[in-house]
Ligand binder design. Structure first.
Ligand code: GLN
Length: 333
């Protein structure tokens, strides 16, 4: 008997070859505009982070979305020109810098598994002898910062992080907000505990105070969603600033970073984000998210109100809508 495989069991529309139409810039623009309008009308906006006093006064009624496309063009809407504190989104850039510099040896000091715990958890670190689960929880990011610091003075290490972001975003106007950095340093008791703990285990090599100083300052970098979407291009285009353009990282390393963003980029909300959005993403308690649609776009999204696990409530929702309406997903072509 002739084998017809599974296709004859499926409805025609599913069995037939489905070719997804490429979205035009006009169609994308329309999608971004619709999402911004829907988010502006949203009543439930989450709660701004208060444990960093300087962030507590940010107006929660803000929302912005920006996409950088393969041809270098930018589509944006909402408060796309308003700078915000990128906080833990900076961990993507410090990881890229450390991986580019130290390569695989970084993984002796930090793991690559989702933590399933809050971003500032101490419990797991004790169980696992001072080796943080991944580079995106605070402990892991402090280790990454420590490796960048190892051959530098704190000021130079910070300069290197900022120079790298300037290169990625092609924008030297990106700065650190000194008030946010000070606010974090004055109240960063948990991070100080994590750093001291890791120093006791030998995971940190520099003085905890110095690693923390650099960490607090890179978390205090301010960017707009447009700048963030530009800075994320290298992750969307396999290590280059545009498809086939200037290479800033090895393709393999950018794929590894995307994998970590997908599995660990939203702390104990990472599974939920992967399930709903299906794209690598990294969040920060300032309400920003950098998301990557490989080959298609680097996406910056921001709204200051957070959900229970410390990820932006509306930016998560907006990225879900964007993924749904564009069909973008790392699980489909
Ligand atoms: N700077 C913040 C902290 O260390 C970053 C946390 C975050 O954005 N999730 O607590």
């Amino acid at each position: 008997m002739e084998s017809r495989g599974l296709a004859h069991h499926l409805p025609r529309s599913v069995a037939g070859r489905y070719v997804k139409p490429t979205l035009s810039a006009a169609a994308l623009d329309e999608i971004v505009r619709e999402i911004c309008a829907e988010m502006a009308a949203e009543a439930e906006r989450g709660a701004v982070a208060t444990y960093i006093p300087e962030l507590a006064g940010v107006d929660p009624n803000q929302f912005a979305l920006a996409l950088t496309l393969p041809d270098g063009s930018m589509i944006s809407g909402g408060d796309a020109a308003t700078p915000f504190s990128i906080q833990s989104v900076s961990k993507v850039f410090t990881l890229a810098l450390a991986l580019g510099r130290d390569g695989e040896s970084l993984w002796k000091r930090v793991g690559r598994e989702p933590s399933g715990d809050p971003f500032n958890s101490i419990v797991q670190l004790e169980y696992e002898q001072g080796i943080p689960r991944n580079p995106f929880i605070n402990a892991g990011a402090i280790v990454v910062t420590d490796t960048i610091l190892s051959s530098h003075k704190p000021k130079d290490a910070l300069g290197e992080v900022l120079d790298f972001i300037h290169l990625l975003a092609d924008d030297t106007s990106i700065v650190i907000d000194p008030d946010v950095a000070r606010s974090e340093r004055d109240t960063g008791f948990r991070n100080t505990a994590l750093a001291n703990f890791m120093r006791a285990y030998g995971t940190l090599r520099c003085q905890p105070g110095e690693a923390l100083g650099v960490y607090f300052h890179h978390c205090a970098i301010t960017m707009t969603v447009r700048q963030l979407a530009k800075a994320g291009r290298f992750l969307a285009f396999d290590g280059c600033l545009s498809p086939g353009g200037q290479r800033v990282m090895a393709a393999r390393a950018t794929r590894q970073i995307n994998a970590l963003m997908l599995t660990c980029g939203h702390y104990d909300g990472s599974g939920e984000f992967a399930f709903k959005v299906g794209l690598p993403g990294k969040s920060g308690v300032g309400g920003g998210i950098l998301a990557i649609a490989p080959g298609k776009a680097a996406i910056g999204c921001w709204s200051p109100g957070l959900n229970k696990v410390g990820n932006s409530k509306l930016a998560s929702r907006a990225l879900e809508m964007l993924a749904e309406r564009t069909g973008w997903s790392v699980f489909a072509n």
